[in-house]
Design a protein. Sequence first.
Length: 338
Amino acid sequence: MRQLRIAYCRLRIGSTALFIMALTFGLFAAPLDAEAQQATKIPRIGYLSPRPGPSFYDEAFLKGLRDLGDIEGQNVAIEYRWANWGSERLAALAAELVHLKVDVIVSTGGSAPAVAAKNATRVIPITFITGERVGLGLVPSLSRPGGNLTGMNIFTNELNVKRLELLKETLPGATRVGVLANPRPPTYRLARGNLEDAARSLGVRLNVREVHGSNELDSAFSAMVKDRVEALLVVNDPMLFAQRGRIADLAAKNHLPGIYEWREFSEAGGLVGYGADLADLYRHASTYVDKILRGAKPADLPVEQPTKFELVINLKTAKALGLTIPQSLLVRADEVIQ
């Protein structure tokens, strides 16, 4: 009888210990499970760029996200893919983001990443920054994108024509204009065609120099000088933008007044810059991502165009070139660099 009581007590003690252990494990495990479930719910943004790494403009995008409450490392995660100027890598990098099943893909730095992302998925939402809809079929309509893409359209081709007109206004007597362009982007042929049409109407002959990399810049400028071009127009391209300081130096060295897409070229020593505010574009693009993460569909988000354009003139460069900028142009400038 005594042995039965001891066995019963041991059984009760053992059962109580097991209960306490189970309860304790449950108390500790529940928060861990909740944290694990919460972690899996953090949305992931795929960030596809042709550049070799982060820039000031990417930080503008991140700041836009933070202002909307989307903070990297806290409630959103970002998968970065940098192509290092290798346009042939964009398709593989876009495929990687699709394989990771990110919640939205952000394509930056021109139309090539947007095309690569579109070719990689028809399901994952895509928002493009500095993309070009016309001639590429990224979206069928600006007001009703209809598919899984939306974003910012900067009308690159139309602005190239405007720049040629501004260059002609700056140098009324110029008849030979050198055009520096990267032929790899999908918009290049369309851009060249538009420029050639505009050149004919302005009485200007274009001398187009295609460069695939920075190692071809010196020879391109040498060829333009040999052909006696009188001015320079640089077609928008992320690779050429990265070389803006060197391009401005080569233009100055070869005494070529130039017009460029972004104010950053003028800040680097280029004569005239005309285009949208890049930082503002990247910052505004974050609103698309925020809306998509909160359930909006790209098909219902109209493609927007920039509202802020800047005409920047570098008078220091003009003086070094011996040029007098027309007063009609100076009064329209948003900024004049002395």
